[in-house]
Design a protein. Structure first.
Length: 232
């Protein structure tokens, strides 16, 4: 479920659908007190000059060429002397992937929109400015968490496969497996009443007069009325 820009975001918070990605490499602290980037206990809290910010799970809108990142997240913001307000923040930044540490460094983070539906315009502006004081010049997030939150492209259409089981032939005496690529392709042997089967790896002939196939095996000829039933 994507985060809405209006009052519906409150419902998402109530039903507990929002978690959070790491917001800073070292400065972010969770409600349990952990400050590690890989910590999965969320939401997380930040404090600045008596103001309190809770960050919920950012949802990725776009990660163009794995460089330009756009995301949004639900927040809970409590001023030093005021009531807690809920809102949604949209941001963008430039990413640099550290494959060794499995982290994504985000530089030049910019707030592109803040939404506080329950507030009047003057208070909205104050909350917008207050939130911006929490935004660091750079921060890092978990590569695995970011990939998991990135929208996936539609999977390509499936390929129709033939899962019919093959025919199984059982023999109770020594046999030779003769492989013919499709229906027999016959070529006339000049000055005889024989035809040569060209689409097989064995010397196989067809006697049109007797409607019989002949297979050369060593110093012997084996025959069959039908290809899948070679006799002797």
């Amino acid at each position: 479920m994507r985060l809405p820009k209006t009052s519906l975001f409150c419902i998402a918070i109530v039903i507990g659908a929002l978690l959070a990605l790491p917001f800073e490499r070292a400065a972010a602290a969770s409600t349990s007190g952990s400050n590690q980037t890989g910590d999965s206990s969320w939401p997380r809290e930040k404090y600045s000059k008596g103001n309190r910010l809770i960050i919920y799970q950012p949802q990725i809108d776009d990660w163009k060429n794995f460089q330009d990142l756009n995301w949004r997240m639900a927040i809970s913001l409590t001023p030093k002397s005021g009531k807690t307000v809920l809102g949604v923040v949209e941001m963008k930044g430039t990413t640099n992937i550290d494959n060794v540490a499995k982290l994504v460094d985000i530089s030049n983070p910019q707030v592109t929109g803040t939404y506080f539906p329950s507030l009047d315009n003057a208070t909205k502006e104050k909350m917008d400015q207050l939130f911006r004081t929490f935004v660091p010049p750079t921060f890092s997030i978990s590569l695995h968490s970011l990939i998991a939150s990135t929208p996936k492209k539609e999977a390509p259409a499936g390929v129709q496969l033939n899962n019919d089981p093959p025919k199984i032939f059982v023999g109770y005496r020594p046999s030779i497996l003769l492989s013919v690529n499709g229906e027999p392709v016959l070529s006339v042997v000049p000055n005889t009443n024989l035809q040569f089967v060209v689409n097989t790896q064995w010397p196989l002939f067809f006697d049109e007069g007797g409607s019989t196939y002949y297979l050369a095996v060593g110093q012997q000829w084996r025959w069959a009325r039908r290809l899948y039933e070679i006799g002797s």
